[in-house]
Design a protein around this ligand. Structure first.
Ligand code: ADQ
Length: 462
């Protein structure tokens, strides 16, 4: 069997504590195939570039980690990846800050990764590259003569042509993707947006259902909605009574209904609109005063990017304003917390929450939506209020789907969720739970790798 090489910007080495579902699934695939996980160490080497790889072995998996200079991190990571590609791919042209210096840094770091990775690759290895930081990796590896099977999965949305074309180097980005054998997206919409970008600019043609001919290569496009470790989450949640954090939180509610939100602090998650909507819900439903608590758990992220630093302040102030406007001596409507929570506690908190608010303005998938569904008590499930612009809305159609820009719509959905009778809650929850149990993260990983192994056959047959 061929070895698997996974490449991602960050490498979750198991020393880093509780691993997320994606890391667990990829570790399982790596253990099965044997192989390597390659990427940035998370460390800066300061001013000096170093070719030194930190190699760690664990069972039949090798971790190969590389440090980046401060300039590389500035231009490649904080710059082009997180100030140009991330906002643009989330349809935020207003926040997209394109600079030629950052773009050069992005391509330079991808070439640097390729230069370090290429000598470690054997001819029959399969290479699976993850996410928007590393789009040009395959084209760099191909220029170095590698002919291996290479797949790419985009965890975030792919925007429609008119948004994409606003990025000056959009053709270079699209061209870079054509060096892979398989390019995977979260939803049909993303895949169709990508195809439209290729076709409208005359960069490539569809020559089969999922097969494209672009820049002299055939490649396959596929849709692979990512899942979670559903049964693991359900188990953790069922054990919620053993968890101290969950118990303490449950006691502190004193019979009030809990509404939960769990998101990285990111402008794509629609936190401002959500807090406003909760405030509107209280105004529209005065009887809710003292009966409902909204817990928003939001670890800070990417604080070195200015838009994120601004947002930290804005959201904290907004939560404070809502509490000041509606709170009472014995009631704080919003509990706003900026830290990470262990998975067992998170699963338990989802379990005791009567409703979850997952209202991103745009999201590739959104795993929190699936984690909430996985964690519910089958006899008494809570209600998911979900943005129609999250990839998860394609699968979780038993949720109350909302327009995340429409404050009144979200406020109405909160009221409906908290009043929903048991039989309707059960009828909505069960098909969603069955769906995420079948399409879990292990199946996602297998489906992508199976498709990658088949792609050359498919491309030839078309
Ligand atoms: P993210 O944008 O990070 O992921 P999401 O899919 O919601 O968003 O995943 C976040 C993960 O972090 C979840 O597993 C959640 O439990 C965890 N998390 C969030 N807040 C936490 C907290 N306070 N404590 C502990 N854990 C917390 C990107 C894309 C998504 C896509 C995923 C996977 O933006 O659209 O679903 O990749 O492909």
């Amino acid at each position: 069997m061929s070895r698997l090489i996974v490449v991602s910007n960050r490498v979750p080495t198991q020393e880093g504590g509780a691993a997320g579902g994606l890391a667990v699934a990829l570790h399982a695939a790596l253990e099965q195939h044997g192989g390597m996980w390659f990427g940035w160490s998370g460390e800066s080497s300061g001013e000096r570039e170093t070719d030194r790889l930190t190699i760690r072995e664990s069972g039949n998996i090798t971790y190969a980690l590389v440090d980046l200079t401060r300039r590389d991190l500035d231009e490649y990571y904080s710059g082009f990846a997180n100030r140009a590609l991330w906002p643009l791919f989330h349809y935020r042209l207003d926040l997209t800050d394109f600079s030629r210096r950052d773009m050069a840094g992005y391509f330079r770091v991808n070439r640097f990764f390729a230069r370090l990775l290429a000598p470690l690759v054997r001819p029959d290895d399969i290479i699976w590259v993850h996410d928007y930081h590393l789009i040009p990796l395959a084209s760099e590896l191909r220029q170095m003569g590698l002919r291996n099977r290479m797949g790419f999965f985009l965890h975030i949305p792919w925007p429609p042509p008119d948004v994409m074309f606003a990025l000056p180097p959009h053709q270079t980005i699209v061209r870079a993707l054509s060096s892979y054998d398989l390019v995977g997206f979260q939803t049909e919409f993303d895949a169709e947006n990508f195809a439209a970008c290729l076709i409208r600019e005359g960069l490539g043609n569809r020559v089969g259902d999922q097969v494209f001919d672009a820049y002299g290569r055939l490649f396959v496009m596929g849709v692979f909605p990512i899942g979670i470790e559903t049964s693991e989450f359900a188990k953790l949640a069922a054990d919620y009574e053993k968890n101290q954090v969950v118990q303490r939180t449950a006691r502190s509610l004193e019979g009030q209904q809990l509404v939960i939100g769990v998101d990285r602090l990111d402008y794509s998650k629609g936190l401002g609109e959500r807090l406003e909507a909760y405030s509107r819900y209280i105004e529209n439903n005065p009887a809710s005063r003292g009966k409902v608590v909204y817990l928003q758990i939001t670890p800070k992220s990417r604080s070195e990017v200015p838009e994120y630093a601004d947002m930290q302040k804005e959201i904290a102030e907004l939560a404070g304003r809502v509490n000041a406007a509606h709170g009472d001596l014995d009631w704080t409507p919003i509990r706003y917390i900026n830290r990470t929570i262990k998975r067992a506690a998170l699963a338990g908190l989802y379990r005791i929450a009567r409703a979850a608010l997952v209202t991103p303005l745009r999201d590739g998938m959104n795993l929190v939506a699936k984690e909430y569904i996985a964690s519910q008590e089958p006899d008494d499930p809570g209600v998911l209020v979900l943005s129609r612009f999250a990839g998860a809305a394609r699968e979780l159609d038993g949720a109350l789907l909302v327009n995340p820009y429409d404050i009144e719509d979200i406020a109405t959905a909160i009221a409906r969720a908290l009043d929903m009778p048991l039989d309707e809650r059960q009828a909505r929850w069960k098909p969603m739970f069955d769906r995420i149990t079948e399409f879990d993260v292990t199946l996602w990983c297998q489906s992508f790798l199976d498709a990658l192994k088949r792609t050359r056959v498919m491309a030839r047959a078309s």
